[in-house]
Design a protein around this ligand. Structure first.
Ligand SMILES: Nc1nc2c(ncn2[C@@H]2O[C@H](COP(=O)(O)OP(=O)(O)OP(=O)(O)O)[C@@H](O)[C@H]2O)c(=O)[nH]1
Ligand SMILES: [Ca+2]
Length: 476
């Protein structure tokens, strides 16, 4: 579906004045392109920032989002060249959305996530072929190609955390009109950073700063950042196979009558398609027939039991774990979530608060594909189990979760990835920006008012003194 927040700037009416202002604007703006090659689909994001503020004080904004048609690049193992071809339409859109003179200096990145992690596990030569085809296509465009690579799960989680805190202005707090930067971090200033939760199709990530975690226990889960003069030790973990689509496979085949789908749901599934993932290859039954009928049982309690069966909540060799024996420090502060959490939460709110006819209307408006509709019950139950039983959220901490989908920017790892690679978030706090004209005027005005008040006070106290001593002087 077209992403509800895909941006199209209003057309510029071309006149001589607008041409000059447009060319003026364009040379004052810089751009960056990141492709998020996810397991279920690929998205292209264009970011922009004021060029004169290249010294790390410019606010990076999302200018454009293009969802690549078709599935993720990992689905093209049989025809790797199609993985590259699938990107062409959005790359052409990127050319139209960035002034031509800026193309050569616009960095172009592609990061692949869990879908390609699973393909690499299953067939690394096929994974290499897909990356080769993708690279060939990307190099064919006039941007500054910076590489197509597989992100590690910890990176995906960490860059999602950077995005959430950048969008939340948590990493720097500009106060007094830009005169100084005070960075907020945990105990330094009493304010905390925001944790990040990302649920994809093939993996899910949790990342947050916890005062009780310095990276000594389970160091593999620690990622350190120095941002704007402050050090952060981030806890992050990526659970491969625990994205929604893979979790559906983990829990689905065991129940032909699937309690997580509504009554009346009826789908013919192909064993090969269900078991084609390394996440369930060890569960592959002796094929009795090519297909099986997947029916909806519509039983929430049973659904919860089926979903809980895909987690291991008991084994833990650390001081404390989330699930499957993975260390997790105590949760701390607020959390921001994006993508699937938002879709599911929005749907569940609609289904609770709206009448069937209103829901039908909303479904038409939001053009929610039938495939997604059927899976919402599973997604909602899965998210609840993941959060409450897996990550140990409580009803209080769960309610503090923020759904970050700023109209100005789709949250996700891509913004954090680009900010990091373009050094748009400096390790040290940049010097306070030079006094801008407006702040200069405001300082002078404030000083003038202060001087005037002091003058009046002195005058007043002189008069009061004179009144006191006049009678005395009169007697002398
Ligand atoms: N309900 C609903 N689900 C969606 C929509 N768009 C994507 N999804 C599903 O949400 C899940 C997560 O989507 P993404 O976060 O894009 O997943 P991804 O990035 O491809 O997967 P990873 O590589 O694991 O990160 C996938 O199963 C998608 O099919 C939507 O508009 N509505
Ligand atoms: Ca993703």
């Amino acid at each position: 579906p077209k992403h509800p927040y895909s941006h199209r700037l209003p057309p510029v009416i071309v006149t001589p004045e607008s041409l000059t202002s447009l060319s003026l604007v364009t040379c004052l703006t810089k751009y960056g392109i990141v492709l998020d090659a996810g397991s279920s689909h690929t998205s292209l994001y264009i970011y922009q920032w004021p060029a004169e503020k290249d010294n790390n004080t410019g606010r990076v904004e999302q200018k454009h989002h293009c969802q690549v048609a078709g599935k993720g690049i990992s689905s093209y193992t049989a025809t790797p060249y199609k993985a590259g071809e699938s990107l062409i339409s959005c790359l052409k859109e990127a050319k139209e959305n960035i002034p031509q003179k800026m193309h050569p200096e616009t960095p172009l990145y592609l990061g692949a996530t869990a879908g390609m992690r699973l393909l690499k596990l299953e067939n690394s030569s096929a994974s290499d072929e897909v990356f080769k085809a993708v690279e060939k296509t990307l190099r064919g465009f006039p941007f500054s190609y910076q590489g197509a690579r597989l992100l590690a799960g910890q990176e995906e989680g960490a860059f999602g955390w950077v995005t959430v805190n950048y969008l939340d202005d948590r990493l720097t707090q500009v106060s007094m009109g830009g005169f100084k930067y005070t960075s907020v971090h945990g105990n330094e200033s009493g304010l905390e950073t925001t944790g990040a939760l990302d649920l994809g199709g093939a993996s899910t990530q949790i990342s947050f700063v916890s005062d009780e975690y310095n990276g000594s226990e389970s160091p593999d889960n620690a990622v350190s950042f120095r941002l704007y003069g402050y050090d952060y030790t981030l806890y992050t973990h990526s659970f491969l196979c625990y994205g929604k689509d893979q979790a559906l496979r983990l829990s689905g085949p065991t129940a032909i009558m699937d309690p997580c789908f509504h009554k009346g749901y009826n789908e013919t599934k192909h064993y090969a398609a269900v078991y084609d993932s390394p996440c369930v290859s060890d569960q592959k039954p002796q094929i009795v027939s090519e297909t099986f009928i997947h029916l909806g049982g519509g039983n929430f309690t049973q659904c919860q039991e089926v979903i809980k069966s895909v987690f291991n909540f008991t084994s833990c060799r650390y001081s404390r774990c989330s699930f499957n024996g993975i260390f997790q420090p105590p949760l701390q502060g607020q959390f921001g979530t994006f993508v699937l959490f938002i879709y599911t939460q929005r749907f569940l709110i609609i289904s609770i608060h709206f009448s069937p006819s209103q829901r039908l209307q909303i479904k038409k408006e939001h053009d929610i594909p039938l495939k997604y509709l059927a899976e919402y019950c599973f997604s909602g139950t899965y998210i609840l189990t993941l959060m409450m039983e897996g990550y140990n959220f409580t009803s209080e901490t769960y309610s503090s979760i923020k759904y970050i989908q700023k109209v100005s920017c789709d949250a996700g790892w891509t913004l954090g990835y680009m900010l990091n690679l373009t050094n748009m978030i400096p390790a040290e706090a940049p010097d306070s920006p030079p006094l801008t004209y407006t702040s200069y005027v405001s300082v002078v005005t404030v000083m003038a008012i202060l001087l005037f008040v002091i003058f009046i006070l002195i005058l007043y106290s002189l008069c009061a003194l004179l009144i006191q001593i006049m009678p005395i002087l009169g007697n002398i």
